[in-house]
Design a protein around this ligand. Structure first.
Ligand code: 3HC
Length: 295
């Protein structure tokens, strides 16, 4: 069994840069592929910033930061991932786009390379089928913020071999994460339960049950959640949540996964949450205030 030493990461956004940071920090040679130079630069600076914060807090030494950065390479060329022992994909939830890259990589990578998708809601089977290496395809689902959240869902689909699954499970442990095994059902474990909860919070708001602030406060102080549902929605991204809900609704045809009209309207308005500075809260002011949503 080939030991994983080199990690390829497809996509250097919120999740991809977090995954790359954790991989490089834990000793893996890591290559991040982004679509263009500015995006690759953004991925690099977001990792530098995150490591800088860890130094400020006394959680990382200068030497460890330098060593981590020296293990990281940023590229715009898919073929640069050809020598990876595992490729973790963290691009947008677009099956066609994902599959195009998997097909390209299948022709470039050696036989032992594992293909792992960080998809939140698409089934792994839909990628395994066209990847050309269904037995070496798994789901590796990380949580935001990746450097902080301990969980990784390791997802086995019908074609995944036992060897691939155990190599991926072991890889998650070497990232100092806590892996759990999940079946290839849309949403796996966490989003299966989390997404209906977030959508219910929006429905409750639309039905006038309580205000954004009081619903957030209720769930934080009543159940000990670190963030209320609206803060979490803004944190995950309303566009991302909408996309996940659409995929899950399409899969299960159950009302509990149907994106509420307010969520759709906010996405249409460009209210994506924290990343666009406006979601259920307005982040253009400090401290953030509740957005006027015409409710
Ligand atoms: N990178 C690195 N470290 C970070 C970080 C980041 N982006 N964000 C926060 N941290 C660290 C801080 O440095 C701090 O470390 P310390 O305790 O050692 O000083 C620690 O995390 C706590 O951060 P803060 O004190 O700034 O703030 P909070 O106590 O409010 O914690 C939080 C922030 C960890 C994000 C916490 O609010 C939380 O756990 N929220 C819930 C997050 C969650 O549910 N994520 C899952 C979303 S669902 C998902 O990702 C799946 C997808 O498919 C949708």
């Amino acid at each position: 069994m080939t030991t994983i030493a080199t990690v390829g990461v497809l996509g250097g956004g919120l999740m991809g840069s977090g995954i790359a940071q954790v991989a490089a920090l834990n000793g893996f040679t890591t290559i991040v592929r982004e679509v263009d130079e500015p995006s690759a630069q953004r991925a690099r600076s977001s990792i530098e910033k995150s490591l800088g914060k860890a130094i400020e807090k006394g959680k990382l030494t200068e030497e460890a930061r330098a060593a981590t950065m020296s293990r990281l390479t940023f590229t715009t060329v898919v073929a640069d991932l050809a020598f990876a022992d595992i490729v973790v994909e963290a691009i947008i939830e677009d099956l066609e786009l994902k599959n195009e890259i998997w097909k390209e990589l299948n022709a470039l990578c050696p036989a032992h390379t594992i293909f792992a998708s960080n998809t939140s809601s698409l089934t792994i089977a839909a990628m395994a089928a066209v990847s050309g290496r269904g037995d070496r395809m798994v789901g590796l689902h990380f949580f935001n913020p990746v450097p902080v959240m301990k969980l990784v869902e390791v997802v086995k689909t019908v074609t995944t071999s036992e060897e691939t699954f155990s190599r991926a499970f072991d890889f998650a442990k070497r990232l100092k994460k806590e892996p759990i095994a999940a079946k290839d059902n849309s949403g796996f474990v966490v989003n299966l339960l989390l997404v209906p909860y977030l959508l219910d919070a929006i429905n409750a708001l639309e039905h006038g049950v309580a205000s954004v602030e009081d619903i957030d406060k209720g769930m934080m102080l009543g159940t000990g959640y670190p963030m209320g549902p609206f803060t979490l929605l803004d944190f995950v991204g309303l566009d991302t949540t909408y996309k996940i809900a659409e995929i899950m609704f399409d899969e299960y045809r159950e009302k509990r996964y149907a994106p509420p009209p307010l969520l759709k309207r906010m996405v249409l308005a460009g209210y994506y949450g924290k990343k666009s500075k406006r979601g259920f809260y307005d982040y253009s002011v400090e401290p953030p205030v509740v957005s006027a949503l015409g409710l």
